[in-house]
Design a binder for this molecule. Structure first.
Ligand SMILES: [Zn+2]
Length: 291
């Protein structure tokens, strides 16, 4: 699932393909839970509009338009946002991939999973939002309209301070890992980066949030920012279906210390990394380095 770094990398790379270009045509698939705004309304209201900017709010992308409306996009589990003409084998299914000769494997043509395609007046590359599992979301907000999806988000994980984390942690008996994943407390952090930050802080994901000291919260906030920034620098983590908008793969997965490394030796002490399930989510930690 794309987390803050993947969404931020998407924002950085997709902004030039969207911002300032006048939309000439809007193609969608049929009405489905993918569309929080009905597709016919999107087609009608996006035509002729221009995005003034592309911002990230938690794991959402928000494009303010020149008519005061805002286009809100969420990548969900398997959403892929990219400019037409980009090539990546990740955009093809494994079976399709296997049937193609290597030199044919890279081209992408809009398919049944291409739920939103914006064509522009300048006739340059279209913008494509593709999502195989359709957990992604498209929402068009009227001028001044608010949505609980954005309103309920806590402080952005890239700006969360130790003091804010400590204030939230003191009220919780739940494991610290749950607190880090709660988007209403810290927006944007997810499973990978929460596990990595907890490792760097030497705190087990199962530790009750209330039992963290102020100093540990400071260290945890710093570690979280560090892993998120490093991941953005390396292009995010290329896991499951995430594809950077220009087809490049991210490289952060190569730097993981604990996430999805169950049974492998800890880079710091050699002890086998463990996996536990907290709530519905798995957490990974080193039993020796993390207390
Ligand atoms: Zn260790």
């Amino acid at each position: 699932m794309p987390e803050l770094p993947e969404v931020e990398v998407t924002r950085e790379r997709i902004a030039p393909a969207l911002v300032g270009r006048r939309i000439a045509a809007v193609h969608t698939t049929r009405t489905s839970y993918f569309f929080l705004t009905p597709p016919e309304r999107l087609r009608e209201r996006l035509c002729g509009r221009r995005a003034l900017d592309l911002e990230r709010v938690g794991k959402y992308l928000v494009a303010p338009l020149d008519d005061g409306r805002r286009l809100v996009l969420h990548l969900g589990m398997t959403g892929q946002l990219f400019a037409e003409g980009v090539s990546s084998v990740r955009l093809l299914s494994a079976t399709v991939r296997a049937a193609l000769a290597p030199e044919e494997q890279r081209a992408f043509a809009p398919d049944a999973h291409t739920h939103l395609r914006l064509a522009f007046e300048d006739r340059g590359p279209a913008l494509i939002f593709r999502d195989v599992r359709k957990f992604g979301k498209v929402l068009l907000l009227e001028p001044g309209e608010k949505t609980v999806r954005l309103e309920r988000l806590g402080v952005d994980a890239l700006r969360a301070s130790g003091a804010e984390l400590y204030a939230a942690a003191r009220k919780r008996t739940a494991p610290i890992k749950n607190l880090l994943l709660d988007q209403s407390v810290i927006a944007g952090a997810g499973n990978i980066y929460a596990d990595e930050a907890l490792f760097l802080t030497g705190v087990r994901p199962t530790r009750g949030a209330r039992r963290l000291t102020r100093r540990q919260c400071d260290a945890l906030a710093t570690a979280l920012q560090r892993v998120l920034r490093r991941s953005i620098e390396t292009g995010g983590s290329s896991i499951s279906d995430y594809v950077a908008p220009d087809g490049r793969d991210g490289a952060y997965q190569d730097e993981r210390r604990v996430y999805a490394r169950e049974g492998q030796p800890c880079h710091a002490c050699g002890t086998q990394i463990r996996r536990v399930v907290i709530g519905q989510r798995s957490a990974h930690y080193c039993p020796r380095c993390q207390a």
